[in-house]
Ligand binder design. Structure first.
Ligand code: ADE
Length: 478
């Protein structure tokens, strides 16, 4: 099959006669995968001569053609070529070979903003202000170029090595020609999509301002405002403007969100009809922002932080600085069943985890405990209801610590295993007060509140079983 000549025609080559000489795949050393999408993979690539690092976006030509995505690829290249601003990834070069297209993009060393948000749960007001302001400046520039992003969301906001934003993913962007402010056809990601896109299949520049409102909500509360179990319900909430701003959300931010999340695109703060960007930048939420120098400032540190809650408790800040995203991931639990515990159990909740005694206890547990079904045959050493908080939201879960040790959490109403806190030696536990404790893992901080006020007991028991695990692993090595 002579597939290649056909592909050459469909995938556009540079028409620019001033273009640099074409690069080729063998000029680069390819390393780890940075990201994967439906139609592309982004790989860390180093120029063999200059040693400069790039985020190389690689697209499979056959797949792109088969799925009729050629216009999106052309669009992305076209838009990226027009952009020259510090808050956007830069396209340095493109080339292709028999199978693939290659986009040489600037490397955003710190990865996705979303990962940081997941790690800390929610940003404090200062950090939310800073990052929202950077997104505002980026949108001001983008819209001045007549480009609508149409899929703005925390996954598409990357961070450079200094923690400033680098917006990416222009495959679904739209260039508005001749001052026409609208663009049609595409629908973005459910939770950030604007009502006009859902209802009339049109996007305006202010559809990006809608997404900005969603992102601001998410940064401060930990969750996008139109959050639902499925897309259909999410779309319903959007078209009815049904969102709830949780208590504890700062007043200025609440006011700004209410001026961005408006069904009428022409009424959103920042859009042309409302006087463009100056009134948006003058909003009280941005009072502390120096718009001229923000890109040179040192961004605020992203610290584990628990916003104040509905009960009027004040915000709690961690004393522990989290990793910056470049550190190693949490180690997996080791398979210690090969080396059963040699330590005598000491206390309270379940005595003795050795041999026969443990077997007896397991039998009893199987008879008595409703949580036995979730623990994979392990012995439960402590369990209780805990409010697991994320940003301004909270969910009540049954936490179950076993002697492996593993820490499971279950939805006690539906009796559904919801997840597990990954325990590892790089984990630390921070007791904030008699109810609240933080479990810092490499990927995320868990904010836990024991309504019965036993946070210290949870911390002590967790530390005790982690120490036992460590001792076992040391025995194993020696
Ligand atoms: N993932 C996707 N694009 C990226 C980029 N430009 N830098 C780092 N990671 C990425």
């Amino acid at each position: 099959m002579a597939a290649n000549p056909a592909e050459k025609e469909v995938i556009p080559e540079d028409s620019d006669s001033k273009a640099q000489p074409k690069r080729s795949r063998d000029e680069f050393v390819f390393d780890k995968i940075l990201g994967e999408g439906s139609y592309s993979t982004v790989v860390l690539a180093t120029d063999k001569v200059t040693k400069k690092q790039y985020a190389m976006k690689i697209l499979d030509k056959r797949h792109i053609i088969r799925e009729k995505k050629v216009p999106y690829v052309s669009r992305e290249k076209d838009v990226l070529t027009r952009l020259d601003h510090p808050f956007f990834v830069k396209l340095y070069f493109t080339f292709q070979d028999k199978d693939n297209l290659y986009f040489g993009l600037s490397l955003a060393k710190r990865g996705e903003l979303l990962e940081y948000l997941k790690k800390v749960g929610a940003f404090d007001e200062n950090a939310a202000q800073f990052y929202t302001a950077e997104i505002v400046l980026a949108l001001e520039y983008l819209h001045s170029k007549g480009i609508i992003h149409r899929d703005l969301k925390p996954e598409n906001i990357l961070l450079d090595e200094n923690m400033h934003i680098q917006i990416t993913d222009f495959g679904t962007a739209k260039i508005i020609e001749g001052g026409n402010d609208r663009a049609n056809s595409f629908v973005g990601t459910a939770e950030y999509v604007s009502p006009e896109l859902l209802q009339n299949k049109v996007a305006f520049k202010s559809s990006d301002l809608w997404a900005l409102g969603c992102i601001l909500c998410q940064l401060l509360s930990g969750r996008p405002p139109f959050h639902a179990p499925n897309e259909y319900l999410c779309f319903q909430k959007i078209t009815k403007l049904e969102y709830m701003i949780p208590e504890g959300f700062p007043d200025n931010a609440r006011d700004l969100v209410s001026k961005l999340l408006l069904l009428d695109p022409a009424a959103r703060l920042g859009c042309d009809q409302m006087g463009g960007y100056p009134p948006l930048k003058d909003h009280l939420f941005f009072e502390d922002i120096d718009w001229e120098t923000i890109h040179e400032q040192t961004p605020p540190k992203l610290m584990p932080y628990l916003p104040s809650n509905t009960k009027g408790e004040s915000a709690l800040r961690s004393d522990i600085l989290i990793g910056d995203g470049s550190s190693e991931e949490g180690s997996e639990l080791s398979d210690w069943e090969l080396f059963p515990s040699s330590t005598k159990s000491t206390n309270q909740t379940a005595a003795g985890s050795e041999g026969q005694e443990r077997e007896e206890q397991l039998k009893q547990q199987a008879k008595d405990s409703p949580w036995n079904q979730f623990v994979n045959g392990e012995l439960i050493v402590m369990t209780g209801l805990i409010d697991k908080r994320k940003g301004l939201f909270s969910k009540r879960r049954q936490f179950i610590l076993t002697d492996k040790p593993r820490l499971y959490y279950v939805d006690p109403v539906n009796m559904d295993l919801k997840g597990e806190v990954p325990l590892s030696d790089s984990m630390t536990i921070e007791v904030k007060n008699w109810k609240i404790f933080f479990v810092h893992t490499p990927s995320r901080t868990y904010y836990l509140e024991d309504p019965t006020g036993q946070s210290q007991k949870w911390a002590d028991t967790l530390n005790e079983w982690m120490a036992k695990r460590k001792a076992r692993n040391t025995d194993k090595q020696s």
